[in-house]
Design a protein around this ligand. Structure first.
Ligand SMILES: NC(=O)c1ccc[n+]([C@@H]2O[C@H](COP(=O)([O-])OP(=O)(O)OC[C@H]3O[C@@H](n4cnc5c(N)ncnc54)[C@H](O)[C@@H]3O)[C@@H](O)[C@H]2O)c1
Length: 347
């Protein structure tokens, strides 16, 4: 099989590429990525020379380029992760999210449909989406696969829109798709604009830890390698025209999570207990901030036998160690543009 993975140089994509390249030597994995600020080929140094791996630098908005690679490599399947992925950035530049997440996805759909016409039953288009499309929960309840879409941020609206287009192509053209909606991921290679790596980086550097609002926002956290395992399973065993929710069965209020990170980091860095907690600073809330997300992952558990393989403690431990052992990666991605972004966001 020739498999196209989009966004493979990003956080989750790099773990998916690594898993497929190392586990399925009989497949050829093509990683298509535009290398935006979030894409980083350093994430894939260990597999870049593998004979079953090819990197293709390109933009999913570039129709001619997408057509040319489909014509050349005759892909059997697509795993689509390329996206603008940060909610805060979507608030300052919504159009960038419409372009990549909506138009880019429709572009890929059109080229896949055109190239695969007459042979659709042997193909698969797998779209990676988020639980944020379902909007916000109150203190109780969970998102299931039939929860109505109710997105609140430009990011989640753009992901919801791309999900709708995929379903519509399934209905209209019998397009062979599968969608998963996953909760918050954490783990190695996560760009430090997102909560866990941002706080690890700030604790290392003794910088303030900016907590939005009262810190009571609640998220369900999943270790990124467990997401990659779920993606592998759904790609191979998921049913066409189905959606699966993926979650960690692991809800945390932001403030409790930050305090846990502070305690773990104090130990790792041999600092006095309580010293990192002193860095916590409450900052002005994000507009339209969803109070709580929680996933009911019963369907993927029952139908495909998936469940998280590591506990939160194990996952966080591995994550912190990775950042402490990869300071050069952290320094490279936090120099230059990142500084400007950070100042405009939090100062
Ligand atoms: N991070 C999470 O917690 C999470 C949770 C659920 C779902 N998701 C979804 O998973 C996918 C990957 O998320 P992530 O956190 O790894 O994102 P990321 O921002 O780390 O990576 C996105 C990648 O896409 C590439 N990209 C962006 N625009 C592109 C374009 N126009 N053409 C080609 N490549 C482009 C970037 O260079 C980058 O490598 C996204 O679709 C996201 O919506 C993420």
């Amino acid at each position: 099989m020739n498999i196209l993975i989009t966004g493979g140089a990003g956080f989750i994509g790099s773990h998916v590429v690594r898993r497929f390249v190392t586990r399925y030597k009989e497949y050829h994995i093509f990683n298509l990525d535009a290398l935006t600020y979030a894409g980083n080929l350093e994430n894939l140094k260990d597999v870049e020379k593998a004979p079953n791996y090819t990197f293709l630098k390109g933009n999913i908005l570039d129709e001619n380029f997408i057509k040319s690679i489909f014509a050349k490599y005759n892909f059997d399947g697509v795993i689509h992760l390329a996206a603008e992925s940060h909610v805060d950035r979507s608030i300052t530049d919504p159009l960038a999210f419409v372009k990549t997440n909506v138009i880019g996805t429709v572009n890929l759909l059109n080229v896949s449909l055109d190239t695969w016409k007459g042979n659709l039953e042997h193909k698969r288009f797998y779209h990676i989406s988020t639980d944020e499309v379902y909007g916000a929960l109150g203190a109780e309840g969970f998102f299931t696969e039939v929860t109505p879409y109710d997105p609140n941020s430009p990011y989640s609206a753009s992901k919801a829109s791309s999900d709708h287009f995929i379903r519509a192509y399934g209905e209209t053209y019998q397009f062979p798709y599968v969608i998963t909606n996953c909760s918050n991921n954490y783990g190695p290679n996560h760009f430090p604009e997102k909560l866990i790596p941002l706080f690890i980086n700030n604790i290392i550097n003794n910088k303030p830890l900016p907590v939005y609002g009262d810190g009571n926002y609640t998220r369900d956290w999943l270790f990124v390698e467990d997401h990659a395992i779920a993606i592998d399973l759904v790609f191979h065993k998921g049913k066409n025209h189905e959606t699966y929710n993926i979650g960690g069965f692991n809800e945390w209020k932001n403030i409790d999570l930050v305090k846990l990170l502070c305690r773990l980091m104090d130990k790792k860095l041999n600092r006095k207990e309580g010293s990192s907690e002193k860095l916590i600073t409450y900052v002005k809330d994000r507009p339209g901030h969803d109070l709580r997300y929680a996933i009911d992952a019963t369907k993927i558990n029952k139908e495909l036998g998936w469940e998280p393989s590591v506990t939160f403690e194990e996952g966080l431990d591995k994550t912190i160690d990775w950042y402490l052992n990869n300071k050069e990666w952290l320094n490279n991605v936090t120099s230059g543009e990142y500084q400007k972004y950070y100042e405009s966001q939090y100062n």
